[in-house]
Design a binder for this molecule. Structure first.
Ligand SMILES: C[S@@+](CC[C@H](N)C(=O)[O-])C[C@H]1O[C@@H](n2cnc3c(N)ncnc32)[C@H](O)[C@@H]1O
Length: 319
């Protein structure tokens, strides 16, 4: 009784501080938004308490309502130097944090996170997925054009060897880094024999390999080096509107015609869910580059001409 009165008094006191008041209001609004989404049954569920239906699809904010998915998201944050991509107390949703988490969630659901498994990351940079995987499988080969000027000095410096080293230092101390090798490899011409890996992943990278044909080649390469029965997990950037065309990003129909149907030895693990983004995310897009630091709904990007977001595909290599 006394404790609840103290709590109520503290809350009243906190409410007099404008930034805290804003934070609480924001949180309340997000929780209400989440409740609305849940009540609307925005995503078909595969289990009674799951908010993750199909694995293949566009960024889905309802995944953050799923207890297992969210637990993985928070666990993964321990392996990342990019803390801003993870959900904090005001409920931010960041496209990159979704990609990394959903990739691991899908691989886990598909039975790929086994102690004896070998994984290949393509255009992997210094992303937290590399390090997280090393905590649960036998070996991780992370490949990229490490040291390449454009990706080491500019943008997010994803291929900067100095940031790879910093990422290693930030990992939980018990992580066995000897399970990871970093190699310089062009994703369109991988230097590994067939069946070298149990699964491969590549997140928002193949579209930067030199256009649609190069991206397609990279998918073919991953399919070649993964054993039959294994999985290739790919996130790429998708234009929201079919009427545009872009040298790197794919329209919804190109996702299928360029990255799925050309490969007779690959099969999607489930149909692609293209319509997961609620109204708020569509209208509240991030204008790049000026709005890049906005955090609340960092999901749809907009450069004044194109609007795009991430899509994630999981395909099985057929025998
Ligand atoms: C947008 S970053 C994504 C990095 C990482 N996957 C992540 O999610 O943080 C794209 C990455 O693709 C890499 N890249 C570009 N061209 C490549 C190629 N031909 N082969 C392999 N990696 C390439 C870049 O160096 C960069 O690290």
């Amino acid at each position: 009784m006394r404790l609840s009165r103290v709590r109520a008094a503290l809350r009243m006191l906190a409410l007099t501080v404008p930034p805290i008041r804003r934070l609480l209001a924001d949180r309340e609004r997000l929780l209400a938004e989440n409740r609305l989404l849940r009540d609307a049954g925005a995503t078909p569920s595969s289990a009674p308490d799951s908010h993750v239906g199909r694995l293949c699809g566009v960024v889905d904010p309802t995944h953050y309502l799923d207890a297992d998915w969210l637990a993985l998201h928070h666990d993964l944050e321990r392996y990342s130097i990019d803390k801003h991509c993870f959900q904090g107390s005001s409920g931010e949703i960041y496209r990159k944090g979704w990609e990394w988490t959903h990739c691991l969630f899908g691989l886990r659901r598909l039975g790929m996170l086994q102690p004896g498994h070998r994984a290949l990351g393509v255009g992997a940079g210094r992303e937290c997925v590399i390090f997280y995987l090393a905590s649960c499988i036998a070996s991780v080969t992370a490949t990229d054009l490490y040291g390449e000027a454009a990706w080491s000095a500019d943008r997010g410096r994803e291929a900067d060897p100095a940031l790879v080293e910093e990422s290693k230092r930030q990992c939980p101390p018990e992580l066995d880094l000897s399970r990871i090798v970093f190699e310089n490899q062009d994703g369109t011409a991988l230097d590994y024999p067939p069946d070298s890996f149990d699964f491969a992943w590549s997140l928002s990278s193949i579209e930067h390999f030199g256009g649609h044909a190069a991206a397609r080649k990279a998918v073919g390469e991953m399919a070649r080096v993964v054993r039959p029965g294994g999985i290739v997990a790919i996130a790429t950037e998708m234009l929201l509107l079919e009427e545009y065309s872009h040298p790197e990003y794919f329209t919804p129909s190109e996702i299928v015609s360029e990255l799925v149907t050309p490969f007779a030895n690959l099969a999607l693990v489930d149909p692609i869910d293209f319509h997961t983004l609620p109204y708020e995310y569509l209208v509240d897009s991030i204008t790049v580059p000026s709005g890049a630091d906005r955090r609340r709904r960092h999901v749809v990007l907009n450069d004044g001409r194109f609007q795009w977001t991430s899509i994630m595909l999981f395909v099985r290599v057929l025998t």
